[in-house]
Design a protein around this ligand. Structure first.
Ligand code: MG
Length: 307
């Protein structure tokens, strides 16, 4: 079993990001599609009218000869004034996925720290749209739990319908990738053998900052992922440590159900979750949780008590 107490980061995950995002200036505004480049957001539904949603933007990028790089260059050079990220509210990049499918125990060290065998087939559970929130939105501690925990994960968003796809073709069905926090109420989760009750609470799926289109991610099994609570490193691993990689996971899930554009798969968490820290480190009001994935971006969510 690996040591999961306080880690030193071997990889400073950079925070500069290029991604397609859902954004608005004020809570009452309509959500728009945008392009995040570093600390600036460019409208994608403005003069250029390139896309109304991040999923559409991934389609646009896929059809350009130069892919996402060409989309970024086109938008940045178009001359429309960007908005500082600090003046923007980010929404989850997919507002209403048909499915949010999560993998449990998909990193060997995490299965080991949980005292469980590494699974022989993917362990699946579900979240729903009520859990989704944006990259900077609050995680709300429910009155019904004293043990709310973090799980930093890579999320995969489907771009093209997939049913019975081979692993060798599976990545062609991906629109893009996001950082995801599979927030979990451990006390509720572990009361029963099925995990949904402890996983599907409101605000328990922060996601973003946007989607990084698939063509801009050379290898989804070569991304460094880190989780920090109040700046302290809790989880640090490569997505190469997954037991079931993204392609195998899509192939497996597509053998069970039809995957549709927007469907979101959270691919499991590395070792270092709060309930296996010594002492256990559950989330408290006032904490800030960051999930950072190299090349994908950072989500940074404050933790608040349920009013
Ligand atoms: Mg998880």
């Amino acid at each position: 079993m690996s040591s999961v107490s306080r880690l030193e980061s071997p990889h400073a995950v950079e925070t500069a990001t290029r991604a397609v995002v859902s954004w608005r200036r004020r809570p009452d505004d309509a959500v728009r599609a945008g392009l995040l480049v570093g600390e600036l957001v460019y409208a994608l539904d403005g003069q250029l009218s390139l896309a109304r949603t991040p999923l559409e933007a991934c389609d646009v990028a896929r059809d350009l000869p130069g892919g996402f790089d060409e989309l970024v260059e086109t938008v940045v050079c178009a001359g429309e004034e960007p908005v500082p990220l600090t003046d923007v509210l980010l929404s989850p990049p997919v507002a209403d996925p048909d499915k949010i499918i999560c993998l449990g125990l998909n990193y060997r060290d995490h299965a080991s720290e949980a005292g469980l065998e590494a699974p022989e087939v993917p362990v699946l559970f579900s979240k729903f749209r009520n859990s989704l929130c944006g990259a900077h939105d609050a995680i709300v501690l429910p009155r019904t739990s004293d043990e709310v925990d973090f799980e930093g994960e890579l999320a995969v968003v489907i771009g093209r319908r997939a049913k019975h796809v081979a692993a060798s073709d599976a990545l062609d069905h991906v629109a893009g990738y996001s950082a995801f926090n599979d927030v979990t109420a451990r006390d509720i989760q572990l009361r029963t053998s099925q995990w949904t009750a402890g996983k599907a609470l409101d605000s328990f799926a922060p996601m973003g900052p946007g989607l990084v289109p698939a063509d801009a991610v050379a290898d989804p099994q070569d991304l460094w992922i880190e989780t920090r609570v109040n700046g302290e490193l809790m989880q640090s691993d490569s997505t190469g440590s997954m037991i079931f990689g993204v392609a195998d996971t899509i192939a497996y899930v597509s053998s069970l159900m039809t995957l549709m554009p927007g469907d979101t798969i959270a691919t499991g968490t590395p070792a270092g979750v709060g309930f296996k820290q010594e002492p256990a480190r559950f989330l408290r009001a006032g904490d800030v949780v960051e999930i950072a994935i190299a090349g994908i971006g950072v989500i940074r969510n404050p933790v608040v008590a349920e009013p």
